[in-house]
Every structure is written in C-alpha cells, then in structure tokens.
Design a protein around this ligand. Sequence first.
Ligand code: TYD
Length: 175
Amino acid sequence: MNQLINKVKMLEFPKFVEKDEDGKWGRNFIAITDSESIPFEIKRIFYIYGVESKELVRGKHANRKSEFVLFNISGSSKVRIISEDSRMEVYTLDRPNVGLYLPHMIWKEMYEFSEDSVMMVLSSEGYDAEEYIRNFDEFVHEVHAMRHGKYKNREKRKQTVKWRRKEPCKLSTPS
Ligand code: TYD
C-alpha cells in the first residue's frame, strides 16, 4: 500500500458571497490561511495560465521535498497522480475554493486546461530544480529506496526496545 498517495486529498475553503451596500452587486471572497487549513508553511506561490491547447500536459514529475496545494482559481483542469505501483487517480479542479493537497513523492500530471484556466499552486518549499524527479522509473526506484530505509530504521528501533527490556530482568536475577 502506498502511504503517500493515501494522503492526497481535496481541501475545501469557505466561500463568502457578499453584496455591496445597496445589495445590488455581489462578489465572492475566499481567504486561505495556512495556519488553519494548509498542511504546511507556504514558502512559494506560482501560477500556470494562458495555456493555448487542451493537448498540453504539464508536470510529469515528482518532488523529493515539496508539498503542494493546487487550485484552479479560474476555469478548470485535471490532475492525474500515479503511484509507484501504477495506481492512478484523477482529480478535476474547477472551483476556486477547492484545492488538491499533494504530499512529496507523488507523480503528477496536469492536463485538459480550459482556455480561461488559472492554476494557482502553493508550495512548502522554494524552487529547487534538484528536488524534481522527471523520470518515472527513477521515481519508482526512489520510493522503494525510501521505504527500504524506513524499514531498516524500524528494525533498529525494535532492537533498541528489546535491549532495554532486558534490563529489569537482569536486576531481578539474584547474583
Ligand atoms: P516545471 O516544473 O516543468 O513546470 P510544470 O510543473 O508546470 O510542468 O517548470 C517549468 C519551468 O519553470 C522550468 O524551467 C523551471 C521554472 N520554474 C521556476 O523557475 N520556478 C518555479 O517555481 C517553477 C514551478 C518553475
């Protein structure tokens, strides 16, 4: 089971509909406050817009460190995420108050941008080209390596606990 892909989720933010003093002209208002609902401290915001063709596919990468929340604050797009075992999920972004949270090490592809699409991306990290994995096989390899590392650490922890548990036994044994 891929733990990281299970952390992917849609985040919905409250939308306020307000009218002017005369009650004639309305407007919508959305506030995104990181401390309340974004699962990381925002270090970078960028936009993808002016996409000229429905054929365009962006992304096609995973990030070693960065976590993201993607919004279509105008228009619509789709986001395809793929796990290292080729499990695929597709999300549609078409509401300015709904964002898609992606943890690190998720393979992502953004596509089917509408003409008026403005995709706003919040990120937990500044831009660093070195933390992008742009080859799917390399991504799969690194996810497996990451898991293996975690597994080894868990084994080490077990050994430490075992060793500690021996201590009281030693003390209670008469010399
Ligand atoms: P890329 O990550 O390929 O964009 P996308 O995720 O939309 O496919 O980035 C496209 C180019 O823009 C690439 O040359 C790096 C640059 N870039 C920055 O300089 N800063 C940024 O924050 C981002 C996201 C990209």
